[in-house]
Design a protein around this ligand. Structure first.
Ligand code: AMP
Length: 382
């Protein structure tokens, strides 16, 4: 059975067609709706995608959906009701959910007979216990406005945690793994027996680790101070903390490759920024070792995690007393296990593959809960 995975952004559609774990086709339609872009709108973009691939035996379309709120804890076959819930969650993910919704709407229209399944970035974290997702604030306010930790990058954390257990030959239902997804966005996750028990992103993807352009954790009073004392409008503060913070804010650029070159050349701002970035990772590793009561493995993934020996070594430096050591030669080669043999805590580098994970989750969900005949996920008449 073939699965088409769609990751629809506000101005792009990333797609990958799978047959089992094999990729049959993949690509990206960019700058949708812009002058000189690849397509005039999402419908034209998806038509273009489908015209270019062989859709015979297509078993399902898997949609990457970012925010599933408290409502979705597993991949979900899309019907009108599911669409309505994702719409209701737009205030929690004002940039991401509308894009996913347009991908879903167009795919349902163009492929009405094919089941459409939404896979949420937040779903994997629904197993975090209440004490790990509750913010210590006015409980009635939080309840009224759905304020809690949701967590993101769930598909990636789930995939690399499972791959780590497999790589190390650990029983998947017992392995304790700290996963560090360090890309342009970055988050940490504590995984126990295949279930997320803590993660660093919160109600939004803004909290936790230092990122390419996002601040990660800051004292909320910074916002009030910038508003009241510095006189900045609230939208400007939000833009600054999302787009002009993180490594961008500290160095003027967000690409870790360039920042590392500047560090090598002795640039003090870049050096400080890298220290801040790695220190934050170390703090989260410490927290999650405590949450898990020890770990079998720590796994790095995504653009920075997979490609930066400098970050991996610095983030885990000085932790040999906790059984965590990075072997210099292994770290600088392309080894998947970069700790010395026999380390109490294995340190791993695993390439994430969110699209493959989505395809596998979709396949598993449809096998477990086959849609009834005629329930292709097509919109109700009218
Ligand atoms: P992602 O969001 O997972 O695609 O990660 C993108 C980020 O990975 C880029 O912004 C870079 O900062 C970082 N990156 C990619 N390649 C390297 C590399 N060789 N060394 C350090 N950072 C890298």
């Amino acid at each position: 059975m073939k699965i088409l995975v769609l990751n629809t952004g506000s101005s792009s559609v990333k797609y990958r067609l799978f047959d089992g774990t094999e990729t049959l086709a993949k690509g990206l339609v960019e700058r949708i709706g812009e002058a000189g872009g690849d397509a005039s709108d999402h419908e034209a973009a998806l038509q273009q995608v489908m015209a270019g691939i062989d859709l015979t035996d297509l078993g399902a379309v898997g949609h990457r959906a970012v925010h599933g709120g408290s409502e979705f804890s597993r991949p979900t076959v899309i019907d009108d009701e599911v669409v309505a819930v994702i719409e209701r969650l737009v205030p929690l993910a004002p940039l991401h959910n509308p894009a996913a919704l347009s991908g879903i709407a167009v795919a349902r229209k163009l492929l009405p007979e094919v089941p459409q399944v939404a896979v949420f970035d937040t779903a994997f974290h629904q197993t975090i216990p209440p004490e790990g997702v509750t913010y210590a604030m006015d409980a009635a306010l939080a309840e009224r406005w759905q304020i809690r930790r949701y967590g993101f990058h769930g598909t990636s954390h789930a995939y690399v945690a499972r791959q780590t257990a497999e790589l190390l030959g650990l029983p998947a239902d017992q392995a304790r793994v700290i996963t560090l997804h360090l890309g342009n966005g970055a988050s940490a996750c504590a995984v126990s027996g295949g279930h997320s028990v803590a993660t660093s992103m919160g109600m939004s993807p803004q909290s936790g680790l230092v990122m390419g352009t996002r601040s990660g954790d800051i004292d909320p009073t910074v916002i009030f101070h910038l508003h009241r004392v510095a006189g900045l409008p609230i939208d400007e503060i939000e833009r600054s903390l999302i787009r002009s913070a993180g490594m961008q804010g500290l160095t003027g650029e967000n690409d870790m490759r360039t920042i590392e070159k500047r560090v090598e050349a002795g640039d003090p701002a870049a050096t400080r920024a890298l220290d801040v970035y790695c220190r934050r990772i170390k703090e989260y590793v410490g927290m999650y070792l405590a949450v898990l009561g020890g770990a079998d493995a720590i796994t790095f993934t995504a653009g920075v995690g997979q490609n930066s020996p400098v970050v991996r070594a610095a983030a885990l430096s000085g932790l040999s007393g906790l059984g965590i050591t990075v072997d210099k030669t292994r770290n600088e080669s392309r080894d998947q296990i970069i700790s010395p043999d026999g380390s109490p805590v294995a340190v791993c580098v695993i390439a994430t593959d969110e699209e493959l994970e989505i395809a596998q989750q979709v396949t598993a969900e449809l096998a477990a809960h086959p849609p009834a005949a005629g329930e292709g996920g097509q919109p109700a008449a009218g």
